[in-house]
Write a protein that binds this ligand. Structure first.
Ligand code: PLP
Length: 402
């Protein structure tokens, strides 16, 4: 395949599977003919002559001007993840939060209204409640799985329905088909933060969502190195988001784009491995006398199990469980581990463990914690790629001490 065979590559990829797209889609090869994706560490681009500079600036001639607008390595990442999600267009951002902010800034105005699941990433709650509110955008919070609550919350000013599925940390599952139908009926946009599943496990656009958000920081990177995000959807919507990112500047760095692009190449294998180990760990935890309850949509008794089986190809790497007792017992399990990383991050090759009630969800009032099920005896594990026997052995240390 030579550099000028792009169109034949595009044609070859038209019906390609996800793993193929993850390795092949979107590559922009420089005249050097490098095989691996190049990294374009440059803030600006030179022009052949003054006329070309003028034509590029005016937009008459396509091409690079400045890396806040375009960067070939960032474009490779955008085209590759867009192909994998089945989206017309992707806009890369400096973090997952920047992806959410850019979506709001591009598509909302003062007086608009968001209906949002109560079980979303903590910082999303802060962004909506504290900062979007400052610009006169109101938010109603609803139970992720309560379809009637979603419908009741929609009003004439509503523009977005916003959710994550499965939720963090209790793995509740939203009915995407039903919510997409609701969004369509009321002429609003369904936005899905697909961070926990990635396109390997769930492709929300196929279930009728309008916009997908990712924190690339998590599974897309997969090894906990870089911050990044991406917004995906129809070109007409993404042009608005792109316009905001170009003007406001929460652009993805070319270095980070390269890391994410290479991360995508192994995403399918990793998500399958994370899911298989999480399933095994969930079943094992259920057998432990010190464990009260396990939350993982892969378990047949989980209320979201059937829905997750329809929407997802596997159940992902994040699970949570309640130990018998309270905060003291939960902390003891965390403090008895020697290998697992005590950190809030997830989507890493390294298994991470955290006590949500005093960290990721620590800002919630006691009442809100109860409402979303974040009890003091709850522990979240994001299962990594170590041997599952070693993950179990590390948890066993704390559990058998209870
Ligand atoms: C981490 C995370 C975010 C925020 O992403 P950053 O890259 O940390 O800004 C948003 N949504 C979900 C579900 C996340 O896990």
């Amino acid at each position: 395949m030579s550099a000028d065979d792009d169109t034949s590559l595009d044609r070859a990829l038209r019906d390609a599977g996800l793993a193929t797209l993850a390795v092949r889609a979107g590559q922009i090869r420089s005249p050097e003919g490098e095989h691996s994706e190049a990294m374009f560490l440059t803030s600006s681009y030179v022009f052949a002559n003054a006329a070309e500079a003028a034509a590029r600036f005016s937009g008459e001639q396509p091409g690079n001007v400045y890396s806040r607008y375009t960067n070939p390595g960032v474009r490779t990442f955008e085209q590759r993840i867009a192909a994998m999600e089945g989206a017309e267009q992707a806009v890369a951002t400096s973090s997952g939060m920047a992806a959410i902010l850019s979506t709001c800034m591009a598509l909302l105005k003062t007086g608009d209204h968001i209906v949002c699941s109560r079980s979303v990433f903590g910082t999303t709650t802060v962004l909506f409640n504290k900062f979007m509110a400052k610009f006169g955008v109101e938010v109603s919070w609803v139970e992720l799985t309560d379809l009637k609550a979603w419908e009741d919350a929609i009003c004439a000013e509503t523009r977005l329905l916003f959710l994550e599925t499965p939720s963090n940390p209790l793995c509740e599952v939203a009915d995407l088909t039903a919510l997409a139908a609701l969004a369509k009926k009321h002429g609003v946009l369904l936005v899905v933060d697909n961070c926990f599943c990635t396109p390997v496990l769930q492709r929300p656009l196929e279930w009728g969502a309008d916009i997908i958000i990712h924190s690339a920081t998590k599974y897309l990177d997969g090894q906990g190195r870089c911050l990044g995000g991406v917004v995906l959807g129809r070109a007409e919507l993404m042009e608005e988001v792109l316009g905001f990112v170009r003007s406001a500047g929460p652009t993805m760095s070319p270095f980070n784009a390269w890391v994410f692009t290479k991360g995508l190449e192994t995403l399918k294998l990793r998500m399958q491995a994370h899911s298989a180990s999480a399933m095994e760990l969930a079943l094992w935890l259920q057998q432990q006398p010190a464990v009260e309850k396990v939350f993982y949509a892969g378990l047949a008794e989980h209320p979201g199990h059937d829905l997750a089986r329809q929407q997802q190809s596997a159940f992902g790497g994040v699970l949570s469980f309640r130990v018998k007792g309270g905060r003291e017992q939960a902390w003891q399990v965390l403090d008895s581990t020697r290998m697992l990383s005590l950190t809030a991050n997830l989507g890493d090759a390294k298994t991470t463990i955290i006590h949500p009630a005093t960290t990721t969800h620590g800002r919630l009032s006691d009442e809100d914690k109860m409402q979303v099920g974040i009890t003091e005896n709850l522990i979240r594990v994001a299962v990594g790629l170590e041997d599952i026997a070693d993950i179990k052995a590390d948890l066993q240390r704390g559990l058998s001490a209870l």
